[in-house]
Write a protein that binds this ligand. Structure first.
Ligand code: ADP
Ligand code: F6P
Length: 478
């Protein structure tokens, strides 16, 4: 197996394998913000490798190259998909790390599968990495991987980035095996988070639960036996998007025409309001629909001139909470349309499928308001994509204060989505905002997104990793 200087390890590869009716394999872009961000970073890296699962249970395909990246598929059995991915990752950690919006479940068999799968990802990463190379581990599914890599390959630099929030210690403490998870993460030289508050939560958990010495964002991990103590840095690195790629799309006349065509297809409404999310209970889709339904009920919005488009990418469809959410969302959309849609035009146009980048950008360009109402979200790239898609300085972003993006996008209309009255008022404010005000806010939002793109994010993380990680065991404690 060839080895690489930079190896990304994530639960998913940037592409998912789908089996076609004739038995052939089709590769499609994987869902989620992690892939959107890392794919554009990896395209600019020479000879970078990506280790991850290819999206279906069973045997892994042979390593292959795509878009200049070297992809190393990691196999997961049916049972591992159910216990490691749907179970411990998305039935335990995901709800716990997102403020227990639904109850996390704890099962020892899920934990055992999580450990087994983490070992396999770590082993695959170790085999793919050149001597003295760098391994960058991503997200909550792989929190044990940094320590596993360190024990096998003390010669490599190890970075970890958590794309989702890290919970306050009071919530994190509920997690059985919490100390193993913290020790797993502390195998890295640098542990990165989206928000400052996530980094603070992490170091607080390390101090309270492991009793390690913490100096601001530097943790001293005691050595075992003759091993010296080492230092680990925890810091925030807010992720972003490939702003230049989005900007280039907005200049394409075919896309501008597609945006105009979308408006025509919807019957030339005066206003289009857009939501784009994975169909996930963290995204506040139910709250958004409730607010929208009430605005229609009380006559504040006229469905003859205002349309909502809700794009809801299928996600984790075998996990109970996601099935329930889908049923509720589809019932609510059906009710709203039954009560309010004019004949031949929806009040809510609901799209339960994936779109390609071009169509997604055309949707952003066509929409007067973008609603991001997450109840908790690590960052939320949709908010940044919308801003990057509006070089015309039109459009209004309504943004939940519980999304990481709210730290940076201060010129959005910031809302607490739990307060349905506040959400309704924010939607009306956005729909009625004068053009000069839209321009002013959009200018400020765009400055932020244009100046801080995903390439700058990756450079900042890797430069910090270079400065803190000394191959041969990490930075020794003074
Ligand atoms: P998360 O990582 O939780 O899914 P983000 O908002 O950070 O949330 O990232 C979502 C990414 O997925 C964005 O890049 C967005 O454009 C993309 N996306 C969301 N819905 C769809 C869809 N239906 N089709 C294609 N891409 C989508
Ligand atoms: O960062 C959010 C994230 O959870 C990624 O870790 C994940 O890959 C993506 O969204 C989509 O979720 P999934 O991989 O479970 O489909």
């Amino acid at each position: 197996m060839p080895t690489h200087d930079l190896v990304i390890v994530a639960n998913r590869l940037p592409v998912d394998a789908r089996t076609l009716p004739d038995g052939a394999t089709e590769w499609v872009t994987s869902p989620g913000g992690l892939v959107t961000a890392m794919e554009s970073v990896m395209r600019t890296v020479d000879s970078g490798a990506w280790v991850g699962w290819h999206g279906t249970p069973g045997q892994a395909p042979e390593p292959f190259a795509a878009d200049g990246m070297h992809l190393y598929p990691v196999p997961l059995s049916e049972q591992e998909v159910s216990r490691y991915y749907e179970g411990f990752s998305n039935g335990t950690l995901w709800p716990l790390y997102h403020d227990v919006i639904v109850d996390p479940e704890f099962h020892r068999t899920w934990w055992d599968a999580y450990v087994r799968a983490n070992r396999r990802f770590a082993q695959a990463a170790v085999s793919a990495t050149a001597p003295g190379g760098t391994i960058w581990v991503h997200d909550y599914q792989l929190q044990l991987v940094p320590e596993l890599i360190r024990s096998a390959r003390p010669d490599v630099r190890i970075g970890f980035f958590n794309h989702i929030p890290f919970p306050p210690v009071e919530l994190f403490s509920q997690l059985p095996k919490r100390n193993q998870v913290l020790r797993g993460l502390l195998g890295a030289d640098l542990v990165g988070f989206q928000r400052e508050s996530d980094a603070m939560n992490f170091v607080a958990a390390v101090r309270h639960l492991l009793g390690y010495q913490v100096d601001q964002y530097t943790v001293t991990v005691p050595g075992i036996g003759s091993e010296p103590a080492r230092q680990v840095t925890a810091r925030s690195f807010p992720i972003s998007i490939d702003t230049a790629a989005v900007s280039a799309l907005t200049e394409d006349p075919a896309l501008q025409e597609r945006a105009a065509e979308l408006r025509r297809e919807l019957g030339e409404p005066a206003k289009i309001v857009l939501g784009v999310d994975r169909l996930d209970y963290t995204k506040g889709i139910r709250h958004r629909l409730k607010a929208w339904g009430e605005l229609l009920d009380d006559g504040s919005i006229d469905p003859h001139d205002t349309v909502m488009i809700q794009v809801a990418t299928p996600s984790r469809e075998r996990v109970d909470a996601y099935r329930q959410l889908r049923d509720e969302v589809e019932l609510t959309v059906g009710r709203i349309n039954g009560d309010h849609a004019p004949i031949g035009r929806p009040a809510v146009s609901y799209q339960h499928r994936s779109f390609d980048r071009r169509d997604m950008t055309a949707l952003y360009m066509a929409s007067d308001v973008c609603l991001v109402t997450a109840l908790r979200d690590g960052m939320n790239l949709v908010a940044k994509e919308y801003v990057a898609s509006r070089p015309d300085l039109r459009g209004v972003l309504v943004l939940s204060e519980f999304a990481g993006a709210a730290d940076e996008l201060r010129a959005a209309i910031l809302v607490n989505p739990h307060d349905i009255d506040e959400l309704k008022a924010a939607i009306l404010q956005a729909l009625n905002m004068p053009e000069e005000e839209q321009e002013q806010a959009m200018l400020s939002l765009r400055r932020q997104v244009l100046d801080h793109d995903v390439q700058a994010w990756a450079r900042a993380f890797l430069a910090e990793l270079e400065s803190v990680g000394a191959p041969g065991g990490g930075t020794p404690a003074p």
